[in-house]
Design a protein around this ligand. Structure first.
Ligand SMILES: [Zn+2]
Length: 181
């Protein structure tokens, strides 16, 4: 399988060095992949940097032109906050009923609108999240009494991937982005 999420920068750099031996995830050609620059953007609310690294399946070497991106497991698609900050907010929201309180509690500098959007995205991705989580372990008993389906699923996420940055663990294990689109 083509690895998209990496635990740290040395692992990601080692993968980039191995590219000539990596199989393209689309056309399965070996020997056509090469580096293709960065995707720059906010890595935290007030700092820009490399959010992802693009790879290119070079048609001049028999490739298909596909340009997948790879990134650290702690980096989210479509969001400039790292997984740990997102989890601090979601974890507080699981324990408190108030979105505003959870947002303030998490020390999150982004807007309350952004928090609402994130919860909405999670709500619309619940069924795919549940399928992924249930393939690893059944929902924990405490999730039965949860106040809504999103809290239920976040408790499930916490029981499968632990309390220490479970969204990072999710991306590292599932090798696909935590659904926020
Ligand atoms: Zn290809």
């Amino acid at each position: 399988m083509f690895q998209r999420f990496f635990p740290d920068l040395p692992a990601l750099s080692a993968f980039l060095l191995r590219l000539p031996m990596v199989t393209c995830p689309r056309c399965h050609h070996v020997g056509a992949l090469k580096r293709h620059g960065f995707i720059r953007g906010y890595v935290s609310p007030d700092e820009t940097g490399s959010r992802a690294w693009r790879v290119y399946c070079n048609p001049k070497r028999g490739g298909c032109g596909h340009a997948p991106s790879i990134r650290l497991s702690s980096s989210l698609y479509h969001r400039c906050i790292p997984t740990a900050v997102l989890w601090a907010f979601l974890n507080a929201w699981v324990d408190k009923a108030s979105l505003r309180e959870a947002w303030e509690d998490a020390g999150e500098p982004l807007s309350i609108d952004c928090a609402r959007r994130i919860l909405r995205r999670i709500r619309s991705a619940l069924s795919s999240l549940r399928i992924t989580l249930s393939a690893r372990a059944p929902p924990p008993p405490e999730s039965k009494g949860a106040r809504n389906p999103s809290v239920q699923t976040l408790l499930h996420l916490r029981s499968v991937f632990g309390t220490e940055d479970p969204i990072r663990a999710y991306q590292a294990d599932v090798q696909s982005p935590f659904p926020l689109r």
